[in-house]
Design a protein around this ligand. Structure first.
Ligand SMILES: *Cc1c(COP(=O)(O)O)cnc(C)c1O
Length: 453
């Protein structure tokens, strides 16, 4: 058929059995949209001089079906992380514990006492839920949960130092990733950033000098994603706190990853813990919920009750507040620490603490299942802006596949997609970050990618 008028009408297509089936599956408005787009596409491409023909009705119906499928395919999909980067920011950072998932489901399914005081029957505060857990865990006076750590920093500075001076060392002007810079976030608060020291060195005297002018806040930002080595010096947190307190000012410590466990227990460098910051005299400490805490995306602020009270009252607190699902997941995650079971229950800690022998056994099992590859030693990393340069020894399945980049693309095309890394043109697969419950799907996907030409 070469005539445009032989193109079936929308009405005609609606009368077909195939379209009726599609409508049952996807609903009428979506299928109407798919039909109109399909027919429109054909009309646009139709060129009689080029003898471009009108497709058969079955082809048109196939296109409609294909469009309907593509419209309804979610864009946010689970993937299998075989990179060995435990907190992969692009892959959603921390997977949640079973208890956290259960808590989210319970709260999502119905109503809750999110802001309702069950004893008085009056309005309550959503902030008490995770706060209680943090008070028990850290002995902190108060706590506040917001959307993420960047908003925690923005909120704290907005509430405490708007139009006033905030002192920060040049050794700590961190860019987090994705182009987000802590100093830019700080400036958004309307505070006047006062940078002191140099890129590699800052002294207590720099703080003392800066504090001679009226100031609202002293800030410390943890260098969570890079290391400063060589000719460097920086007072420790306790000394900075003393100088700030002498001037009658609070110290805000942005810890970023906010470890609640001693990372050296797992053969890693020591990541400063929230407890240590509080003990050293930080009046406020803020950190992420989904980095080394291993919970949902959240910003956690802990510290002095009077300061937290001031922050809670700021209008931005309402704008960046955490939702009930986050609060449920975070409380359940924190409870693992309180019960001293974080290492077994929180996926990121389970991955970090997996014995090497177990990783090797899994890599060997993969090799024998697919009948391919070599089991070699390698390194897993923590990632997510935590423990820069730190790695854990691991065992990897290495595959020689010809064109490594092409094979990576094949792995991304299986369902669920597998994300791997390459080194010297070899594909490296790290069992550490492949969740045991995903192992079956992982092996099927891997074999599928290997079969594809
Ligand atoms: C990661 C990080 C942030 C931002 O935390 P998000 O929870 O990702 O918003 C802020 N400050 C530091 C030092 C960080 O490492």
């Amino acid at each position: 058929m070469t005539e445009l008028r032989s193109l079936p009408s929308v009405e005609k297509l609606l009368q077909t059995k195939q379209v009726a089936q599609l409508i049952t599956k996807y609903g009428r408005p979506l299928i109407l949209h798919a039909i109109r787009e399909t027919l429109g596409g054909i009309r646009i491409n139709y060129a009689p001089q080029a003898e471009k023909t009108i497709p058969e009705r079955t082809t048109i119906l196939e296109q409609v079906k294909h469009k309907a499928e593509s419209y309804t395919q979610p864009t946010l999909l689970p993937v299998i992380n075989a990179t060995g980067v435990v907190l992969h920011t692009n892959l959603g950072r921390a997977p949640l514990s079973q208890a956290a998932i259960q808590a989210m489901e319970t709260v999502a399914c119905g109503y809750s006492n999110l802001e309702f005081d069950l004893s008085s029957g009056k309005r309550g505060s959503r902030l008490i839920h995770a706060e209680k857990m943090l008070q028990l865990l850290l002995g902190t006076e108060a706590a506040l949960i917001v959307n993420n750590n960047a908003s925690a920093v923005l909120l704290a500075i907005s509430a405490l130092a708007r139009r006033k001076r905030v002192i920060i060392s040049r050794t700590q002007l961190v860019e987090i990733g994705g182009g987000f810079r802590v100093p830019d976030v700080m400036k958004q608060s309307g505070a006047k950033l006062v940078e002191i020291g140099t890129t590699n060195r800052v002294h207590l005297a720099d703080y003392e000098l800066a504090l001679q002018e009226p100031t609202a806040l002293v800030m410390r930002v943890h260098r969570s994603n890079f290391k400063l080595i060589g000719f460097t010096s920086e007072p420790d947190l306790q000394e900075i706190a003393q100088v700030a307190h002498l001037a009658g000012l609070p110290l805000l410590d942005d810890l970023g990853s906010g470890a609640l466990l001693m990372t050296e227990r797992f053969g890693l460098a020591h990541e400063p813990t929230v407890q240590e910051s509080l003990t050293a005299g930080a009046d406020l400490v803020c950190f992420s919920g989904d980095k080394l805490v291993g919970g949902p995306q959240a910003g956690i602020i802990v510290g002095k009750a009077d300061l937290i009270q001031k922050i809670k009252k700021h209008p931005l607190a309402r704008a960046v507040r955490a939702d009930k699902i986050c609060l449920a997941a975070l409380s359940a995650t924190l409870l693992h620490y309180l019960k001293d079971e974080a290492e077994n229950e929180i996926p990121i800690w389970r991955m970090i603490s997996t014995p090497l022998g177990q990783i090797k056994a899994r890599a060997r099992n993969w090799a024998s299942e697919i009948g391919n590859g070599e089991v070699i030693t390698g390194l897993s990393t923590i990632g997510g802006g935590s423990l820069p340069g730190e790695s854990l020894p691991t065992w990897l399945l290495a595959l020689d596949v010809g064109n490594a980049d092409k094979f990576l693309a094949k792995l991304r095309a299986v369902n669920p997609p597998i994300i791997a890394r390459t080194e010297n043109d070899r594909i490296l697969l790290d069992p550490r970050t492949v969740l045991p419950e995903n192992e079956g799907a992982f092996l099927v996907g891997l074999q599928c990618a290997l079969r594809k030409k």
